[in-house]
Design a protein around this ligand. Structure first.
Ligand SMILES: C[S@@+](CC[C@H](N)C(=O)[O-])C[C@H]1O[C@@H](n2cnc3c(N)ncnc32)[C@H](O)[C@@H]1O
Length: 383
């Protein structure tokens, strides 16, 4: 499986934790669907599945309970009009003069009171904080919501680049420079995405519809967007991994100090803990809650599937020896059976495993080498 970094279209807009490769998503969509089909990603994260689906002329519905995921996925799949692009370019020319740090501050008082600037203090960090406040204020002067969200996503990306897991914080000047570089690059990305979708409309005569919903997988079957479609040809997803620590809702500043800053930037409150986004606590013995949630999620997916739907998942385990068997048992209990594609397999268990590139999360050191690998599982409704 390809291990190249995420690139192309709108994929670079945000480094969503544990995102999968667009090349993997593309290959699965190519293999199991045709233009006009519906693809679903119930744990969509940053929306990799949705971007690739739209660019290949497939409609897609994604759900996630994290408003950060929904925001990013929406921006990545929302084409901008020529007027919106022009308004962003004009804004880009006018705004640098307004970012001078000697100007009086524009404090985000409500957000500060609720703790959204936590750990964004100190000698190196206040210039970044003040720059963020200035830019957010200027973004709000734009009339188009899509243009505002696009620029907020650019700011989000720049702030993630500057703050998250970085030992040396850049200066305000470096931050501003990078912000304008990202605007240009991301405009190219959204234009490439729009062209890919347009060419699907022209050559395949399909108009892909994309929905990014802030919903739990458990509520998927009641979504009106689902009822408007035939059953999905493909469910392509990557649920939170059992026992694995991934921080979906915080950045880590200077020595792992957590901050909810991304939610202030996108303007969405978030008071949830890490376990809320991970199907339960990774520390609970036996991961009882995790597997209950997982079973309920798979039952929900079974309810929206037809006999032709293929469910493809990328998953990893902190301790595969017992966790994988339980994972597969949940799928069976929910009504799915595993299917194998021996020509794709690279392991004696007839499955497709790969070593996780640039792994940032902790997995127990274990005799079984597969604790640092992820596997692709294929299922369909049991016949
Ligand atoms: C591994 S990430 C998905 C990454 C995605 N494949 C990508 O390429 O960006 C798992 C996601 O599941 C979401 N999630 C957790 N519980 C959920 C639930 N009950 N319903 C929907 N999404 C949920 C988390 O917020 C997280 O964004």
């Amino acid at each position: 499986m390809n291990q190249e970094p995420v690139q192309g279209l709108t994929h670079t807009f945000y480094r969503y934790p544990a995102r999968f490769s667009p090349i993997f998503a593309n290959a699965m969509i190519q293999a199991f669907t045709k233009p006009g089909d519906l693809v679903i990603d119930p744990f969509m994260g940053g929306g990799t599945t949705l971007v690739e689906s739209a660019a290949m002329g497939r409609s897609a519905i994604g759900t996630d309970i994290n408003s950060l995921a929904v925001f990013v996925a929406k921006v990545k799949t929302t084409p901008l009009t020529n007027d919106e692009i022009q308004s962003i370019k004009d804004w880009t020319k006018a705004v640098p003069d307004k970012l001078n740090l000697h100007r009086p501050p524009i404090r985000a008082t409500e957000w500060i009171e609720q703790g959204y600037q936590k750990n964004l203090t100190g000698r190196r960090l206040w210039p970044i904080r003040k720059t963020l406040e200035f830019i957010l204020y200027e973004i709000d002067t734009l009339t188009s919501q899509n243009a505002r969200d696009f620029l907020k996503c650019t700011l989000l990306r720049t702030a993630q680049w500057a703050l998250d897991c970085r030992s040396i914080i850049p200066s305000a000047k470096e931050f501003r420079y990078q912000f304008f570089v990202f605007i240009k690059e991301m405009l190219d990305g959204i234009i490439a995405y729009s062209k890919a979708v347009e060419s699907q409309c022209q050559y395949n005569n399909v108009t892909p519809k994309i929905h990014c919903l802030q919903k739990s997988v458990h509520d998927l079957k009641n979504a009106v967007e689902i009822k408007e479609h035939d059953a999905p040809a493909l469910i392509l997803t990557s649920p939170p991994y059992p026992g694995v620590h991934v921080l979906y809702n915080r950045w880590q500043i200077q020595g792992r100090k957590e901050t909810p800053v991304p939610y202030w930037i996108i303007g969405s409150a978030d008071s949830k803990s890490e376990s809320y986004y991970s199907l339960g606590s990774r520390k609970q013995p036996g991961l009882i809650r995790y597997y209950e949630e997982l079973l309920s999620a798979f039952k929900s997916l079974a309810a929206i599937s037809s006999s032709n739907t293929i469910l493809v998942q990328m998953v990893a385990f902190s301790n595969p020896d017992w966790q994988m068997e339980k994972y597969l048992a949940c799928l069976n209990e929910a009504g799915f059976e595993e299917i194998f594609f021996p020509y794709m397999a690279i392991s004696s268990d007839n499955r497709l495993w790969r070593v996780i590139p640039n792994r940032k999360w902790y997995a127990a050191q274990h005799a079984n080498i597969k604790s640092n690998q992820e596997v692709v599982l294929f299922h369909r409704l049991a016949r």
